[in-house]
Design a protein around this ligand. Structure first.
Ligand code: SIN
Length: 479
């Protein structure tokens, strides 16, 4: 019998907790503004309590056999599967994405639990061939300690499992601060973790509107050994600066400005389908979505109308309504940013072929802009909305120069059928991830992360667990 997973309290030291001063805040459906829940507005003092609880839980959790930790994670994984539909509906209600996407996100998020449970048992150290006869030289991989995880609203479930579960698998304990827009998915996950037998204090969830105050506790507390964050580059820089005071490790998955490059020799249908999948997932609110579409001149006249045709089939609606492709943007600020970006492009001479305006309260029409040049905001900054800005280029060198002309370096996409060009592009693009002939690259088994101002560290893949360990060199002499 599935349990009721929607919670209205924070989770500290294995206890469902209210704020010390009793304050609470509402969680709203971004499409209707209807209040769908209420959670405690946790402050600095309780954040400190959570760190102390996580620290107390660390030694016994780290001492468990890897297989014992893995067993708890497997139970968690199985419970998520049992509750997948309810988790997806909750996610759609709090962040607005279409239910089909939420269902896919629960599956994607759960794949990080599965992968981490599997990898927990494969966190190997090293034996170094010795340089002195009486010595044996080893490298131990030890868990870091308390990890602070700060997660965004655009993937309210999978960005938590992608950070938290590898940390737990490696033997760390976690204090999680989810976005104030989407705390319910985080609490539901914690309820399932508790049900799976995760010991008290190993995972703590702080719901708060005081991102600055609670963030400051987490990034400056001497007992926190690592901060892992997904969100904007501006906030990432701030957290990194705060964490520097106690020399914490940081993993940052920050903003992107993904070029989606289509060469003349591309499979046209595949390129349009890839652009649709990449651009309109979560209404364009992903860090890896195609931000700038760069199309070679010889194919542009066929690519642009076909993209417009596909875009015109997108249906805007409430995420729980069948047939919805695009839900609302997360809040008013997000819509205003997209409006500014479109207005800036128009003011600088670009042409809006389709859309360009908001739809209803908080959604935005799928928007196609052509004649986009490098000076425009939609070329330089993450749009974070369903806007496809197109720039036409002539040569491969020009495409590389345009693509790399940004301080960001998260994801890039290339469509070509030329094998030699594929290699050249894969090597030349200054990005942490490159998708060739695909618009979707995310998977638990691949290392996700960026270069330049898009971040530090990798999530997913076998490297994910290493990010939560310290290497200890162990020199044994006199043997
Ligand atoms: C993100 O937008 O930050 C994550 C997207 C993904 O995991 O595919």
């Amino acid at each position: 019998m599935p349990m009721d997973i929607q919670q209205d309290k924070a989770y500290i030291n294995g206890t469902w907790t209210t704020a010390a001063d009793g304050r609470r805040f509402s969680v709203k459906d971004p499409w209707t503004d209807e209040r769908i829940g209420e959670v405690p507005d946790i402050g600095r003092a309780e954040a400190n309590d959570a760190v102390i609880a996580a620290h107390a839980a660390f030694a016994p959790w780290a001492k468990k056999l890897a297989v014992e930790r893995a067993d708890v994670l497997w139970r968690w994984h199985d419970l998520v599967q049992v509750h997948a539909r309810t988790l997806a509906e909750l996610m759609t209600r709090e962040c607005g994405k279409p239910l089909t996407e939420s269902i896919a996100e629960v599956r994607y998020g759960n794949s990080f639990i599965r992968w981490s449970a599997e990898e927990a048992r494969r966190l190997h150290g090293e034996v170094i061939p010795t340089d002195q006869a009486d010595r044996r030289l080893l490298v131990l991989r030890q868990p870091l300690g308390v990890v602070a995880a700060i997660t965004p609203w655009n993937f309210p479930f999978s960005m938590i499992t992608r950070k938290v579960v590898p940390a737990l698998a490696a033997g760390c304990t976690v204090v999680l601060k989810p976005s104030e827009e989407t705390p319910l998915s985080a609490l539901a996950l914690a309820a399932l973790a508790q049900e799976a037998g995760l010991p008290a204090g190993v995972l703590n969830v702080l719901t708060t509107t005081d991102a600055q105050g609670v963030g400051e506790v987490l990034t400056t507390h001497p007992l926190v050994r690592k901060v892992t964050f997904t969100g904007s580059t501006a906030v990432g820089k701030l957290l990194m600066a705060q964490a520097a005071g106690t020399v914490k490790k940081v993993s940052l998955e920050l903003g992107g400005n993904a070029p989606f490059i289509v060469f003349d020799d591309a499979d046209l249908e595949a390129a349009v389908e890839g652009a649709m999948a990449s651009k309109f997932r979560n209404a364009g609110q992903t860090c890896v979505c195609a931000n700038r579409i760069l199309v070679q001149r010889g194919i542009a006249d066929r690519f642009i109308p076909l993209l417009a045709e596909h875009m015109s089939a997108l249906r805007i609606g409430h995420g729980l309504e069948a047939g919805t492709h695009l839900g609302p943007l997360i809040n008013e600020k997000a819509v205003a940013k997209v409006e500014r970006s479109v207005a800036d492009a128009v003011a600088q001479g670009a042409q809006v072929l389709m859309g360009g305006t908001r739809s209803g309260k908080r959604a935005f029409h799928p928007t196609l802009i052509v004649g986009v040049t490098p000076g425009m905001a939609c070329f330089r900054e993450e749009v974070f909305g369903p806007v496809a800005p197109v720039t036409v280029f002539d040569t491969e060198e020009e495409a590389i120069a345009l693509a790399n002309d940004t301080p960001y370096g998260l994801a890039a996409y290339v469509y070509t059928r030329d094998l030699a060009r594929s290699w050249r592009m894969g090597e030349a693009l200054e990005y942490g991830m490159v998708g060739l002939n695909t618009g979707l690259i995310s998977t638990a088994v691949g290392p996700f992360g960026g270069v330049k101002e898009s971040g530090i560290g990798r999530e997913g893949s076998r490297h994910a667990l290493e990010e939560f360990t310290e290497m200890k060199y162990f020199a044994m002499a006199g043997l």
